[in-house]
Ligand binder design. Sequence first.
Ligand SMILES: NC(=O)c1ccc[n+]([C@@H]2O[C@H](COP(=O)([O-])OP(=O)(O)OC[C@H]3O[C@@H](n4cnc5c(N)ncnc54)[C@H](OP(=O)(O)O)[C@@H]3O)[C@@H](O)[C@H]2O)c1
Length: 364
Amino acid sequence: MSAPRLIAVIGATGAQGIPVVRELVQSGSYKVRALTRDASSARFRELQSFGSVEPVIGTFASEKDLRATFRGAWGAFVNIDGFNSGEKAEMFWTIRAYELAIEEGVKFFILGNLDYVYKKSGYKPEFHAGHYDGKGRIGEWILQQNQANHGRMQAALLTTGPYMEMTISAHTPMAVTMDSGVATWRLPMQDGAIPFVALDDCGVYVKWLFEHPSRANGLDLEVGIAHITRSDLSGAFEKVTGRPARAVDVGFEEYFGKVWLQDPEHAAGYNADLSDPATMTVRENFTAFWNVWRNSGGNTGLVRRDYALLDEIHPARVRSAEEFFRHEEEKGVKAGLGTLWERVQPERIAHVLKITEDKRTGRL
Ligand SMILES: NC(=O)c1ccc[n+]([C@@H]2O[C@H](COP(=O)([O-])OP(=O)(O)OC[C@H]3O[C@@H](n4cnc5c(N)ncnc54)[C@H](OP(=O)(O)O)[C@@H]3O)[C@@H](O)[C@H]2O)c1
């Protein structure tokens, strides 16, 4: 058996990074070097419990730390946290990450990407969501650079979407609350739909990209479970838990005033400067985010997915809200965390996002 290939990961301790690292390392074909600001965190220790994971302690906002992360690695998976940097700095550091990965001899680069929704809308301002466009623009730029650079380093995009895990986790834009014994989501999505992703499946897709370079090179792999509506969400939850649930449409005033606990006038990025005209507020950013889902129903609107391709790449993928909740029910019971219903109770509900676990956002 050949020696495991080294993959450099940025965002490894995050919601998206953990299943990526787990899938890679547990396969035995890869070891991981992870950039983190704090290697003593519980999440970094969790990564090390999967197998060979070494830290580089530093920040993505440092050329020195990026070089140290990429040096000698065969592959890279890069998810720059725009909710740290804000849209403007995210774009700069993602470009530098791509360039420095080439400089350091990386052979295959995967960007943890999001849809370039502003462009997909035909440049309508109501769809400019900074945390989507900051990735999506640079995703396109990387694929363009790759046309000239792929003899030296190949590249692919993993374009994800809202994590379905956020619907059953604390302090997310789509967190569940218990309302007189009814699991309740209040979402300003009207009759639209969200192509949620299942995080465990993201790990499988990343491994597939590394293992199929001739198909993956230059590919924008846009993933998702299905286009899930409010009634899909609550209906599936009821079916799996046997308990009442509802997903209510709310207006933006109610949503930003009462539903989501983050201060809507804060910068969308805790290190972004609100006095910089390039910085969006949480309200501006997430109004556009929800406008995108209002206009994505039925897989015929702004954000679309090719589910047949995903079936081919990952035949065992999660295909519906019901399948997702069933997996979560089984996983939680097996891990001793309780049933899904128990796990969404206010005293039990956990964080999927490291940013909120670390209390790095306002009013949490
Ligand atoms: N929430 C969603 O549904 C969703 C979906 C798709 C994409 N995204 C995007 O994913 C990104 C966030 O990742 P996540 O969802 O995994 O969130 P998360 O759970 O909050 O994790 C954030 C990750 O970013 C790392 N990080 C933050 N600042 C860093 C810095 N200066 N240097 C190095 N690493 C840093 C953290 O590492 P340490 O704390 O260990 O340093 C951690 O691994 C955002 O850009 C977001 O737009 C989110």
